[in-house]
Design a protein around this ligand. Structure first.
Ligand code: ZN
Ligand code: ZN
Length: 359
């Protein structure tokens, strides 16, 4: 099968033939229909996080089941599925206490001494996040997939696999924003727009979008932002405090930078919570004014929207089909696998919301 292979880190992707391993008893073979380009993939391509090579990246995808292993009863060939990096074992303390997104994934990967899931010639190709979506087929453990209704368009479904779940889940699951609360979202790319629309969905009192690109702020308004702040010309934290007369109940950082994470904390009112959704580069520290903790302000992380994806994703599909959740508007372009490097160049330039590889 054709796949986009990262051969060096940092580096670009090379389209090449990759062989799939045998179907394990709890594995599922999926024909990939669409895969989104996510900033996390870019972080690994740019070596901001370590990535063993060669590897097939990609983790936000949807497709159709082609075959299932001998012990799989949850899925059958023909089922439509979304992939999620939050594979769950179902037996660890995190899974059993309702936080399966923090599962250690024990028992979900093939035996390292045995044959790998992906190979090229004689060498092992690393399976990124246990998924590797930038390929015509996925060979994954069944607990990385959720079955969805067949009338849901699979290209829009792919977006739910990471970006939508991360942004919407941060608001609903991690921060649990209540109706009437004041919200600010820093960064209006794919993740930020989803945080904004989730805040609108739960009835936040005011939703302030912060970005440096005017076109993104305009888009933020269509996703439910009530106010916008152009951070290229003003101090965002000061502007939010002024606009709200003291700060917000919830600030969301949707970029992955030390400076904006600190800004999120600095725009809180007393008792407020800053939730960092973005991936801050490895080794960087975030500094806050310790005195502000006496004001019961909190700084917290959100991993993949604190999802329970087999519960959350079908719900997001229902909201989309009922016209309550915007997905079409998130897509700024689609392309064949061959053009994937152009897509990442556009993502790096920061001009796009979400782009899809369509197979
Ligand atoms: Zn992602
Ligand atoms: Zn677990």
């Amino acid at each position: 099968m054709r796949a986009a292979v990262l051969e060096s880190c940092p580096g670009e992707l090379v389209i090449d033939d990759v062989e799939l391993g045998a179907l394990g008893p709890r594995d599922v073979l999926v024909h990939t229909v669409a895969a989104g380009l996510c900033h996390s993939d870019l972080h690994f391509m740019e070596a901001k996080y370590p990535c063993p090579v060669p590897a097939v990246l990609g983790h936000e995808s949807a497709g159709v089941v082609e075959a299932v292993g001998s012990q799989v009863t949850y899925l059958k060939p023909g089922d439509h599925v979304i992939s999620c990096i939050s594979g769950f074992c179902g037996t660890c303390a995190f899974c059993l206490s309702g936080r399966p997104n923090l599962c250690d994934h024990d028992g979900l990967r093939p035996d390292p001494a045995g044959p790998p899931r992906l190979r090229r010639g004689g060498e092992t190709v690393h399976q990124f996040f246990d998924l590797s979506s930038f390929a015509e087929q996925l060979l994954v453990h069944e607990n990385y997939l959720v079955k969805i209704r067949p009338d849901m368009p699979l290209d829009k479904a792919a977006l739910i696999g990471c970006g939508v779940t991360t942004g919407v889940g941060a608001v609903i699951n991690t921060a649990r924003v209540r109706p009437g609360e004041l919200v600010a979202v820093i960064g209006c790319g794919g993740i930020g727009l989803n945080a904004i629309q989730a805040a609108a969905l739960v009835g936040a009192g005011r939703i302030i979008a912060v970005d440096r690109v005017a076109s993104k702020l305009e888009l933020a308004r269509t996703f439910g932002a009530t106010d916008v702040i152009d951070a290229s010309s003003t101090d965002a934290a000061m502007a939010v405090i002024e606009l709200t007369g003291g700060g917000v109940d919830h600030a969301f950082e949707a970029i992955g930078l030390k400076a904006t994470a600190q800004q999120a904390f600095n725009m809180l009112r007393k008792g407020g919570t800053a939730t960092v959704i973005g991936m801050i580069p490895l080794g960087e520290t975030v500094e806050i004014d310790g005195f502000q903790l006496l004001m019961e302000k909190r700084l917290q992380g959100s991993n993949m929207g604190s999802n329970r994806f087999r519960f959350d994703m079908p719900q997001y599909i229902e909201w989309y089909l009922a016209g309550k959740l915007k997905l079409d508007e998130l897509v700024s372009g689609s392309m064949p696998l061959e053009n994937i490097n152009d897509g990442f160049a556009a993502l790096k330039a920061g001009e796009v919301a979400r782009q899809l590889i369509v197979f």
